[in-house]
Design a protein around this ligand. Structure first.
Ligand code: AMP
Ligand code: MG
Length: 368
């Protein structure tokens, strides 16, 4: 819960930043809602078409609730919009991505590792896997979704959330064994099926939040009454459409050395996905050393590239999220090269607080 609180304060910065009006005048308020799902905080701010009779018919909204005047509730049929977003996130996790829930495809694929004939994969997961394997190849394995067994040995998520206590470093022998069960080159996908060596476990934790943003953006396209939105799923944020006053979306970049503060913001128009990977998100400390949740697959240890956080800006949630994890492992120079290969922009903050960004990012980033 400790780390969720940290994320919550970070999210509050993000939402504050993204709903600021340019000149402070009153503007149409968005539907707002905050939940916990995918092990993180989900924040929604959704602007919907103003009622043709005029006036700002959206009232003020409380946490975990969507309140509006009763008068318009029936009439608009929008009551369930934020709930539908939550349902989409839940389904994505339950049906496709979770390694914990036996209802998901990833769970089944892991269970069937080593099986003759492999495992059939849904079209949407198959497409995701194709993209992720491409990022693995181009990042020399810095992103590797076969890292499951190593991630489980560290269990940083569980220690960081307080679910587990008494953190100790994993046994080196077990770590070496677990590393033998990883390696993206050892899996094959072909004709709608995936083939995993026996005992291997996929973990899509690096991209679940970004994948959720893609699903939500697609849903908004099918709901023309949604004119604009900012949705944050932990460290991944979607901006969609426009604000009623046509000002830019402002997405804060958190200061990884002081995560309750921001170092600046990205000013964006229209649809974007922004993913941040940072060592402040989930970590435990032992004897004054921080052990965080992003593993360098070449060592089996938390990545140590001198980077504290990486923010990737792109048009696609899955790819931005995949790249943020890969860039965190690779470090500044190789990370900028990788992001460029995928047409994404990237901003790094290193352990001294130094900011380095791709040339294209300069257009969007404004320091405090
Ligand atoms: P993110 O916060 O998006 O960088 O994702 C971190 C999560 O991805 C971790 O909690 C693990 O579940 C998983 N993970 C950690 N290291 C890697 C890696 N090198 N490649 C792929 N997934 C990873
Ligand atoms: Mg990621």
């Amino acid at each position: 819960m400790k780390s969720l609180n940290k994320i919550l304060s970070a999210c509050i910065i993000l939402v504050l930043c993204s709903t600021l009006t340019a000149c402070g005048r009153e503007e149409l308020k968005p539907l707002q809602r905050t939940d916990i799902a995918m092990g993180t905080i989900i924040n929604q701010s959704i602007y919907i078409e103003e009622k043709s009779s005029g006036g700002s018919w959206l009232g003020s909204f409380g946490e975990n609730s969507v309140e509006r005047s009763n008068e318009n509730r029936e009439e608009t049929g929008f009551t369930d919009l934020t709930q539908e977003v939550m349902s989409l996130i839940d389904s994505l996790e339950k049906e496709l991505l979770s390694w914990r829930l036996d209802s998901s495809e990833i769970y089944r694929i892991n269970q069937e590792s080593g099986k003759d004939g492999g495992t059939e994969v849904s079209e949407s997961l198959y497409t995701m896997l194709e993209h992720l394997l491409e990022v693995s190849g181009k990042s020399n394995g810095a992103l590797d979704i076969t890292i499951g067994d190593v991630v489980r040995l560290w269990d940083i998520d569980e220690y960081a959330s307080g679910e587990k206590t008494g953190f100790r470093l994993p046994d080196q022998k077990l770590l070496t064994e677990a590393l033998k069960l990883t390696g993206y080159q050892k899996i094959a996908i072909e004709n709608g099926r995936i083939y995993l060596p026996e005992g291997m476990n996929l973990d899509l934790g690096a991209v679940g939040k970004g994948a959720a943003l893609d699903t939500i953006a697609e849903y908004f396209v099918s709901r023309p009454q949604v004119t604009g939105a900012v949705i944050s799923v932990g460290g991944s944020i979607l901006t969609y459409g426009r604000k009623p006053d046509a000002s830019d979306w402002r997405v804060a970049v958190i200061d990884p050395l002081n995560p309750s503060q921001s170092i600046g913001y990205l000013a964006l128009e229209g649809n974007w996905c922004i993913s941040t990977s940072g060592d402040y998100e989930r970590y435990v400390e032992l004897e004054g050393k921080r052990y965080h949740h992003i593993i360098d697959p070449s060592t089996g240890y938390p990545a140590d590239s001198g980077v504290k956080s990486v923010t990737v800006l792109g048009r696609d949630g899955l790819m931005s999220d995949a790249l943020s994890t890969a860039c965190f492992v690779l470090g500044v120079q190789e990370g900028i090269r990788l992001a460029h290969e995928f047409g994404a922009e990237v901003l790094f903050v290193d352990e001294n607080g130094k900011i380095t960004m791709s040339e294209g990012m300069m257009k969007y980033y404004h320091g405090n």
